[in-house]
Design a protein around this ligand. Structure first.
Ligand code: DX5
Ligand code: ZN
Length: 214
């Protein structure tokens, strides 16, 4: 199956965001990292920026909510133009309810897992998910080194998804580069988020092509 390439605008130049998005237009999804300074030790963007991005790209907006109590903002992000809304399992006391809320807006529903969170945390909600975003770094910053222990987790999750006959997409996020993309795909990932791997590359289209060819 062809990999889905999702550049993360976290590593883009925010003063030139429209041009930056245009520079990655050969990708498949645009990954948007939302941070609240509580769930993760960093602050980024809100629904206003998603709304500004919506008319300038046809790529699905893949919104990764690294925020506490995400239910408070799910509708706002959907109305702003988010196509996929991913919440963190660790941020949701009532994860099933949060997933139902995302689905009720018509967005594709994702759940993200921090590096220490077992894939088993999704056993009783997996069938409701369009995607699982497996973090290969501790969320909060771009340009970190990937944590190797993610690979067996991706494999176990892929086995579980296959055993249930689901078509849930495994998306990976953190430290993904053309040089290691193959390892993620071999483990069972299908969507590759890459921030610094694309935006800090001398030729972004070439970096996207290299991820695609992995
Ligand atoms: C990290 C974010 C990532 C980040 C990845 O918390 O969720 O999407 O942009 O950046 P790289 O690809 O540089 O590790
Ligand atoms: Zn992300």
């Amino acid at each position: 199956m062809k990999p889905i390439i999702a550049p993360s605008i976290l590593s883009a130049d925010f003063a030139r965001l429209a041009d930056e998005v245009e520079s990655v237009s050969t990708a498949d999804w645009l990954h948007v990292d939302v941070m609240d300074g509580h769930f993760v030790p960093n602050l980024t963007i809100g629904p206003l920026v998603v709304k500004a991005l919506r008319p300038i790209t046809t790529m699905p907006l893949d919104v990764h909510l690294m925020i506490e109590q995400p239910d408070r903002y799910v509708r706002d992000f959907r109305e702003a133009g988010a196509d996929h809304i991913t919440v963190h399992a660790e941020a949701c006391v009532h994860l099933d309810r949060s997933v139902q809320l995302v689905r009720s807006t018509g967005a594709k529903a994702g759940v993200s897992l921090n590096p220490h969170t077992s894939e088993r945390a999704l056993d009783y909600v997996l069938e409701e998910l369009d995607l699982v975003l497996v973090m290969s770094v501790n969320p909060g910053f771009g340009g970190q080194k990937l944590i190797e222990r993610v690979f067996p987790k991706i494999e176990r999750l892929a086995e579980r998804i296959n055993a249930l006959g689901l078509d849930t997409i495994i998306e990976v996020d953190g430290g993904v580069k053309p040089g290691n993309a193959r390892r993620f795909l071999d483990a069972g990932a299908r969507a590759l988020v890459s921030g610094s791997g694309v935006f800090k590359a001398p030729d972004r289209a070439a970096a996207i092509a290299a991820l695609r060819a992995a």
